[in-house]
Structures are given as C-alpha cells and as structure tokens.
Design a protein around this ligand. Structure first.
Ligand code: GLU
Length: 474
C-alpha cells in the first residue's frame, strides 16, 4: 500500500484559507477582501552586531497588516525559524484578533532570526537595541503608529531595552513609554501583563464552560473542576494557563509537553514543580515524579478533556489529527491546528476554541498598558480611595438598619480595587463578551460551522466596516 501523502499548506496559506471561507459568509467587496488578506507593508532589515570581536549579521522584519486603526500592534518574535512569510501571516492574525475583541489597533508583527539561547545577556541587549534602532529610524516603533510587544522568545526584558532605546532617540516624545507594551512594571508596564495571555486563555475556556449547549457539542459537562488537561509548551503562555487552571479551577494537568519530551501523571502533575524542574534542567527529562516520554508529541494523542497547544504553529496537522482524543482543543498558541487538521478534527466531533479569540489576552492587556502610558497615571489612582469611602458609607447604612454584615465579607466589600484587580476583571469582561459574540454567530448562521470561521468572520467584518465608514474609496 502506498503511504498517504498529506498536502499540508504553509502557515500563511492556512490563515488565508480560513479568511476566504469566513469572508464568503459576509457581504464585502472582493477588492476590499483582497486588501484585508495581504500584509499592508513589511520592512526587512539586515544589520551587523559585533559578538566576541567578530561581526555577525542579523535579519529581521516588521510587518503592518491593516492600518484601519493605529497604532498597529503585535509582538516581536525571536526564533531561528522566523521568516517574512510567518511574520506577515502573524500580523494578519493580529488584525483579526484585535478587531474581534474590540481592541482599537491595527495588526502588526515583528520577527528576528536568532536563537536567544546562543547569546549571553549583554549580547542580547546589544542585538535588541540595534534591531530596535533600525525599526525606530523607519517609524516601525512609535507610540502613535506601531507598538510592539513580547512574543515567542522575548519578554519584559527585551521590551525595556526597546523602550529605553526609543526614549534615547526620541526624548522629546512625551508618550515615549507607550512605544512598546509588556514592559516591566517599574518602567511603565502594567501589573498582570505577563500572565495576561495565559489568564485570557483560562477566562475564554471558563466562558465556554458557562454554556451548556456548547459544552454538549464537545461531550463535556459540569465545570473545569477535575477536568483532565494536556498542555504543550511551558513558556510564558503555557505556564500561566496551566498554573491558573490547576490553582483556581481545580483542573488536573495530566500531561506537559516540552521540546525534549513529555511528562504524564493521571493523578495530576504539580505545574509549579514541573516548571521549576524544566527551568533548572533545561528540559523535562529526569523529572522524578511522573512518566517521561522521549517522543513528546505522542502525548498530544493521549486521552484528555482539554488539549492546550501553547507553543508553535502547526503542531496538530493532517498526519496526527485523526489520532487526537481530546474533546476540546483550546488554542493558546497562534495557528497550532492546520487547516487540513481542522477539517479532520471537526469530523471527529472535536471542538476547537480558536487562537484569534483565545490568546487575545496579551494584546487586550497591552491595550490597557498603552492607555496607561498615554494618560501618565496608573489606573485607579484618582478613584480608589473615594470608592473605599463610598463602600464604607454603604456598609454603615446597611448596618444602621440592624443588619450585621459578617466581618470577612465587610472587609471584602470595603476594599478598593488595585490596578491588578482592574486589569484582571477588564480582561475577563472582554473575553466573556467576545465569546458571546462568537457563539451567537456560530449558532445563528447556517454557513458557519466552527468557532474559527465565526471568529474570523466577525474580525473581518469589523475591519471592513471601519474601512467602509471611513470611505477608503476615492
Ligand atoms: N504577542 C502577543 C500576540 O500575539 C501580544 C501582542 C501585543 O500585546 O501586542 O497576541
């Protein structure tokens, strides 16, 4: 028998295929659809940096997808696998994502071909500052037009270097701190940004679990308590997702997949212990309290309630899709399920909560950080004490009627929210509302047969509307 040949498409083609199906459910002009599909503009830069006395050359990109709203927003990725095509596809996803969750940004993305593990901290700083300078020169970093953020391989440290480089070159820009988000809190960042994508993933899953009709489609019932979860990737997003699901929802993390293999324990792994081990040993191999699998990706195929790919694109593809046994796939990474795999999984009855919705938590909280930077004041600074005083008065009024409120409850009522409380509750609110829109479109439209198409259709529709209302047609 001849081996099956899988005609897998590229990441960008996968995104475009979803776009085409979603756009066909809308009434938008072909010409506008064409514009919304391709990258608006992309800048490629090659620059030299001296490492150990020798010149090394680096190549990177910043793509702006749709500029219907400014600034364009999206992370900067550091990885040896980055390509221009990937950066453009990711920029497009950012446009649809921001529109879907009502974050008023266009879509952008950056990437640098680099393996950060190969360089020490000083080299990383010099490379990042040089890359940032190249982008600043061309206004590809600017609080008004293009605002990067962390992505795979970058974090608050890189964002701090980028912000500092911007402010060195544009010291007259009073909004300079808003040139990048995901900064350390000490440098204009916002509490809750680091956990935001993971927390947003959990808020999205919780909202799905609030709808019996939707759960039924995935053959799930009840709450997240005791549900079995396999997570791929214990980076920033995967770690926070797993940690919150375990600590706040009582879910059982039975599998963790990393670059060097996977761990499984049907009684539940301790996320904190696995994460500490992974950091200290650079991998999972040798972890004493669970079964180790050298072929990590085989664990994607184990039985579980929720499978959460939280690392790379394309990990669930046409070859392994038919063997996936999860009931629900929650896409914490960008593009983890290929277009071909999506069809196979839907036929099997697997429900997928798509990336452009589920991992939007990062950019949602980036939006709050950017507003904070532009307003030059932390959220709640003007209102918190007033609110505490008002709550106190309210309590006194209730108790004056002879009704004694239990002390613990009274303490909670009197607390004014801190910035982290505000960020988390606003993130929760945004994730709930967006899922309600998606499920409403999914259940009400007979040509839409997945949350993925529903999400994409809503995103495209909002961008198209904004172009039409503005009158792009001369
Ligand atoms: N890199 C994240 C994403 O892909 C965050 C982007 C941002 O905060 O601008 O959504």
């Amino acid at each position: 028998m001849k081996p099956t040949v899988y005609q897998e498409k590229s990441f960008r083609e996968n995104v475009n295929l979803v776009f085409d199906i979603a756009a066909a459910t809308l009434e938008i002009e072909d010409g506008l659809a064409y514009v919304l599909k391709g990258a608006y503009n992309v800048y490629q830069v090659r620059f030299p940096v001296k490492i150990d006395g020798k010149v090394e050359s680096f190549i990177g990109w910043r793509a702006d997808h749709s500029e219907h709203k400014l600034p364009t927003k999206g992370g900067i990725r550091y990885s040896p696998q980055v390509t221009q095509d990937e950066v453009e596809a990711l920029a497009a996803l950012m446009s649809y994502k921001c529109a879907l969750v009502n974050v008023p940004f266009g879509g952008g993305k950056g990437g640098l071909v680099i393996d950060p593990k190969k360089y020490n901290d000083d080299d990383m700083e010099r490379i990042t500052r040089r890359f940032a300078f190249e982008l600043i020169k061309k206004d590809y970093i600017n609080p008004a037009t293009s605002v990067p953020a962390p992505d795979m391989g970058t974090g608050p440290r890189e964002m701090a270097w980028i912000a500092d480089t911007y402010m060195q070159h544009r010291s007259e820009d009073i909004n300079g701190l808003g040139c990048v988000t995901g900064k350390p809190v000490s440098l204009g960042g916002i509490p809750g940004r680091t956990e935001a994508t993971g927390r947003g993933v959990v808020y999205g899953i919780r909202e799905f679990f609030r709808h019996a009709e939707d759960k039924k489609e995935a053959c799930l019932e009840g709450t997240l308590e005791g549900k079995t979860v396999i997570i791929q990737g214990l980076g920033n997003v995967g770690y926070h997702t797993a940690k919150i699901l375990e600590a706040e929802d009582g879910a059982k993390i039975i599998g963790v997949i990393e670059h060097d293999g996977a761990l499984m324990d049907h009684n539940g792994l301790s996320v904190e212990a696995v994460n500490t081990y992974n950091k200290e040993h650079g991998g999972l191999k040798g972890y004493p309290d669970a079964q180790y699998f050298e072929n990590g990706n085989s664990v994607l195929e184990e039985e579980c309630d929720l499978l959460i790919p939280a690392a790379m694109e394309g990990v669930i593809h046409m070859e392994n899709a038919s063997r996936i046994k999860a009931k629900l796939i929650a896409e914490a990474a960008n593009g983890p399920v290929t277009f071909g795999a999506d069809a196979i999984l839907r036929q099997k009855g697997v429900v997928m909560i798509p990336d452009i919705y589920l991992n939007a938590g990062g950019v949602i909280v980036s939006y709050f950080e950017w507003i904070k930077n532009l307003s030059h004041i932390r959220f709640g600074r003007l209102t918190r004490r007033h609110q505490v005083n008002q709550n106190d008065l309210l309590l006194q009024a209730i108790e004056s009627g002879g009704h004694k409120i239990p002390t613990e409850l009274a303490k909670k009522i009197c607390l004014g929210p801190n910035e982290l409380d505000l960020v988390r509750s606003a993130l929760d609110d945004t994730m709930r509302e967006a899922f309600q829109q998606i499920r409403e479109r999914y259940w009400s439209h007979d040509k839409i047969d997945s949350y993925r198409i529903a999400s994409m259709a809503i995103g495209i529709e909002k961008i198209a509307l904004s172009y039409q209302d503005r009158g792009v047609y001369p």
